[in-house]
Design a protein around this ligand. Sequence first.
Ligand code: ZN
Length: 182
Amino acid sequence: MTQSQLRGLCLIMTILKILEFPDPRLRTKAAPVEQVDDALRTLIDDLFETMYDAPGIGLAATQVDVHKRLLVADVSIDKTEPLALINPQILTKDGVTVSDEGCLSVPGYYEEVERANHIVVRYLDRDGETVEMEAEGLLAICIQHEIDHLDGKLFVDYLSEAKRQRIRKKLDKERRQQAVAI
Ligand code: ZN
C-alpha cells in the first residue's frame, strides 16, 4: 500500500457496533468528559458516521460501549444539522408531548413515550465551548432520549414490565434465528 493510500484510509470514518437491548452494558452510567481533544473529536465523527449509516436521528456514546457523556443528533430531513453535545445537562423542561419512539438499540420497536416538549440544555461543543440551546419537539425528545442512554436508561423502561419482556423475548428470538442463518 502506498503512503497516499494510507493517508486516504485515515480519512475513512469508522462505523461502530451498536449494542442492543438487553445488553447489560447499556445500563452503564457514563462518566463526564474531562477533556475535549482530537481523540474525542474522532469519536464524535465516528458516532455521526454510525448514526447516519444506521440510519438514526440520535446516538449516545453508551450505545457503542463508550461510557462518556457524549451524544450526537441530527433531526433535519436532509441531514445537514449535526449536533454534538458533550456533558449535556438539561436546565429546564416544560410542556408535555407524547410520540412513538424507537431506538437503534431496540431495533424494530416503536412505542409511545411521554417527554417534555421544550427544554433548555447546556453542553460543551466539539471545540470545548459552553453552549446553551433551546430545543422543542423532535429535537427535545431526541436529546432527552439520548441523555437517558448516558444514565443507563432505555425508552422501554417507560413501558410496562410485560411489554418490555415481550420486546426482549422477540429480540432474543430474532437474534437466535439470525445466528442459525449465519
Ligand atoms: Zn436510543
